[in-house]
Design a protein around this ligand. Structure first.
Ligand SMILES: [Zn+2]
Ligand SMILES: [Zn+2]
Length: 523
């Protein structure tokens, strides 16, 4: 099977010699030379008209009740786009092990003629697409590359994961395929000659808990690069996630907190063990740890304001070894979710106090540790949300309800680290498989009353409707073409208007807080 895997690993590179769609290079050359001196900058980008026969094909594919505007150039990539996604799907790699994935991505970008840098933030890849005019902004688009330690159970699909206990159960395979295809389209001469500035493509490792975004930022992914990539600092940053709780053709883009911050804790309790028949002189860890769990669950209901959002979940409890032994030590692990740092601080303080109380009540010692890098909340910037919304409306010109703006999820996402540094927007692209199912049918996130079967993220049967790929590509293309349709504005007020957002999230210094709040061994 090893040789099989390596044969098919050439798929992206094969797809990477793309027929450069419909624009003859002759036309490109003429326009570039004639447009240089007296530039007529178009006020806004309008996607091209689609020939009737192509439009009919697209409408047949999506059969929506409203028009959907996918350009011919984007639609022409459909077969390769799906091939890319399925290749990644069949060959998943866990966080920090995305070596072959990164190699394929880098060679795809190189084949498009893009300056490409490998091993950024360990296994990450960065490529830069330069517009014909260097006077514009630098827009970063990000895709995550890692899969999950989950055994896939989708035997009906031919491209099911070839690796035992590893699968793209979150949809990051889709994100990579979308971003590579956006790069392929935008690197066509017809697009390059319209672009002011550059597009930075960020392929990031270890989103699933590893905080890969932070490693890429520490490695300078948002900074100017005078050597290899030859590009200025990133001005704005965008990313998308396919979202199976949302039906195809729906997008979630909202300003403010879209996703929660998260931190994982481990609490170790140590008592004094003994014979199960002789409790005197012991400190029973089973009793202490069960009380601890009950009290942890009082934080959200009793300490948080009724209008604040927070979650404290105890996910595991380990204690005791035999029915006739008083347990000496045990531990619980869990996760905290929050939409602002004040809530995070409050929850941490309460955990600390509760642990002190347990120590006093039961004569045990309790240590709290926070595992892995905490993720800040993903807080979008109003102006950038508007840019995404405009790009979406160009795809669905007659449907005002396509963008859902009131949805917040307590799931976490390390895109938040980019949004701490730069204005930008993270958004969800509906990929729900529209199927009625019996007992486990649920309502989708968009408020639709219809009950459908949801193939949830992070489960063995996770599935997407692959038509979402074309939608994702078209939104990103529209977004970039609009943002880079003009030279950089010197007095851009975007940051000032979003100043409150910026202050709120810049206050968040995860590591410092965690260290301050850590209960030491001597407590
Ligand atoms: Zn995930
Ligand atoms: Zn994900």
């Amino acid at each position: 099977s090893k040789s099989k895997a390596s044969t098919s690993s050439s798929t992206p590179s094969k797809a990477s010699a793309p027929p450069k769609t419909s624009s003859p290079s002759k036309a490109a050359a003429t326009v570039v030379s004639s447009s240089r001196p007296t530039e007529s900058v178009p006020a806004h980008y309008e996607p091209e008209k689609v020939p009737m026969d192509v439009r009919q094909e697209i409408e047949k594919l999506f059969h929506t009740s409203y028009p959907i505007h996918i350009t011919k150039d984007v639609f022409d990539t459909k077969a390769d786009l799906i091939k890319l996604r399925r290749y990644f799907h069949a060959n998943p790699e866990l966080s920090w092990q995305e070596v072959q994935t990164a190699k394929n991505i880098a060679s795809y970008c190189e084949s498009l003629g893009l300056a490409t840098k490998k091993n950024v933030g360990r296994t990450g890849v960065v490529a830069v697409l330069h517009g014909a005019h260097s006077d514009g902004e630098c827009i970063a688009l990000r895709a995550d590359m890692d899969a999950l330690p989950i055994q896939e159970e989708n035997p009906h699909i031919k491209y099911q994961s070839r690796k035992a206990n590893v699968s793209h159960a979150c949809g990051h395979d889709c994100h990579m395929a979308i971003l590579l295809t956006v790069a392929r389209i935008l690197s066509g001469p017809k697009y390059v000659r319209q672009l002011h500035g550059c597009v930075k493509l960020i392929f990031q490792p270890a989103e699933e808990g590893g905080g890969g975004a932070k490693f890429m930022i520490d490695d300078g992914v948002l900074d100017a690069d005078d050597s290899q990539l030859n590009c200025p600092a990133v001005d704005q940053v965008y990313g998308l996630h396919v979202w199976s709780y949302l039906k195809l053709g729906k997008i979630v883009a909202k300003s403010g907190a879209l996703m929660a911050g998260s931190a994982h804790f481990e609490i170790r309790v140590r008592g004094v063990g003994g014979h199960g028949a002789e409790p005197k002189g012991t400190s029973d860890t089973v009793l202490a740890i069960t009380q601890l769990c009950i009290q942890l669950h009082s934080i959200v209901s009793r300490n948080l304001s009724a209008t604040d959002c927070g979650v404290v979940t105890v996910g595991t409890m380990r204690v005791g070894a035999a029915p006739n032994v008083i347990a000496e030590d045990g531990s619980v692990t869990g996760t905290i979710r929050f939409l602002n740092t004040a809530v995070f601080e409050l929850i941490q303080q309460r955990i600390q106090s509760i642990c002190r109380g347990i120590e006093l009540s039961f004569g045990v010692t309790v240590n709290v540790e926070y595992r892995s890098i905490p993720y800040p909340p993903t807080v979008n910037h109003a102006k950038n949300v508007q840019y995404v919304t405009d790009a979406v409306h160009k795809v669905f010109p007659a449907n005002e309800n396509v963008v859902v703006s009131n949805l917040t999820t307590m799931a976490a996402e390390d895109f938040s680290f980019y949004l701490n540094e730069r204005p930008g927007c993270y958004f969800f692209v509906g990929c729900g498989v529209d199927e009625y199912e019996g007992d486990d049918a649920k309502n989708m996130d968009d408020g639709d009353d219809k009950k459908v079967k949801i193939y949830a993220h992070h489960t063995p049967t996770f599935r997407v409707d692959e038509r979402c790929l074309l939608i994702g590509v078209q939104i990103m293309v529209n977004l970039v073409m609009e943002l880079l349709s003009k030279p950089k504005q010197v007095n851009n007020t975007a940051q000032n208007e979003d100043a409150t957002d910026m202050i709120q999230i810049n206050d968040f210094k995860p590591n410092e807080q965690i260290e301050d709040k850590m209960i030491g061994n001597d407590s």
